[in-house]
Design a protein around this ligand. Structure first.
Ligand code: NAP
Length: 255
């Protein structure tokens, strides 16, 4: 009988992994979504939606559904779920793997300032005397910057927020990545950007702005990822996750 595998999802990587695993006979894949979006895409295999109710709820779920392995593929900026998964898997003895795309790292020529909160990022905009700022953050984060009088903002979002937050001086731009290097160069030049504010998402879709910034000596205020529990084995892609599952199947799945 196929062994049950729980994917903590909500990311492209989780959907891709479910696609690949659903085709294999060894695993019955259940993808869990937090339920933040109204009509979420369902993953290949089974999908469940909604929080578990903390560590205790997750322990109960793992037991009741006879889950044999957990893959935490939540977003790098999802701050809590990974901790709950680590604790629940420690309690139950169920193997846990974290799949996370690698963070970007600064290279020679980069002018990055690392911050650990949006409050700190807003303070850094003020203190650095930035004049023309590309704000590449989510709509929920805009409130941290709306009171800054000393800078003009170019605010790039996927779709317009309603209502528009009342920035003192701002231009709104709506676009969905991936963004090409030539376009990012043109964007920084056209708008004479001197500072970018963004979070360390990693991956290639939105990395070109960092390369364009390095070429131009543009400052980058970069929100670092939240802390993760120590001791959880972590891989960077689906290939490595499949290899981990294969090894697990070889040593047996019975608890
Ligand atoms: N934060 C981001 O920037 C971001 C970006 C893209 C996608 N997402 C996705 O959106 C979801 C929620 O993000 P978040 O930042 O609120 O996460 P979070 O801070 O790590 O989690 C908060 C709570 O939401 C529930 N939860 C989170 N992920 C879940 C999942 N996959 N299945 C079931 N319950 C889940 C858990 O509730 P209980 O304690 O009740 O179990 C958890 O304690 C995550 O699945 C994440 O992958 C987040």
């Amino acid at each position: 009988m196929a062994a049950k595998l729980l994917i903590l999802g909500g990311t492209t990587e989780a959907y891709d992994l479910a696609d690949r695993l659903a085709a294999l006979p060894d695993w019955h894949v259940i993808t869990s979504l937090a339920g933040r979006t109204a009509d979420p895409r369902h993953a290949a295999g089974e999908t469940r939606i909604g929080g578990f109710g903390g560590v205790a709820g997750l322990v109960r779920y793992l037991d009741e559904h006879a889950i044999r392995a957990v893959l935490d593929v939540t977003h790098p900026f999802a701050a809590q779920m990974g901790w709950n998964a680590a604790e629940a898997c420690r309690i139950t003895g169920i193997p846990l793997l974290r799949l996370e795309r690698p963070a970007w790292t600064a290279e020679a020529g980069d002018r990055w300032q690392s911050v650990t909160s949006w409050t700190e990022a807003a303070a850094a905009v003020r203190q650095s005397q930035a004049q023309r700022v590309l704000l590449a953050v989510g709509r929920q984060e805009l409130s941290h910057f709306v009171d800054i009088e000393t800078a003009w903002f170019l605010i790039r979002l996927v779709t317009p927020p309603a209502p528009l937050p009342p920035f003192y001086a701002a231009e709104w731009l709506y676009a969905r990545g991936p963004f090409a290097l030539a376009d990012e160069r043109a964007l920084l030049d056209t708008w004479a950007i001197d500072t970018i504010v963004c979070k360390n998402s990693g991956g290639t879709a939105t990395a070109a702005k960092l390369l364009a910034a390095r070429e131009r000596g543009v400052r980058v205020i970069m929100l670092q990822r939240p802390a993760r529990p120590a001791g959880v084995p972590t891989v960077a892609d689906g290939e490595a996750a499949l290899a981990w599952l294969e090894r697990l199947a070889l040593v047996g799945l019975n608890r």
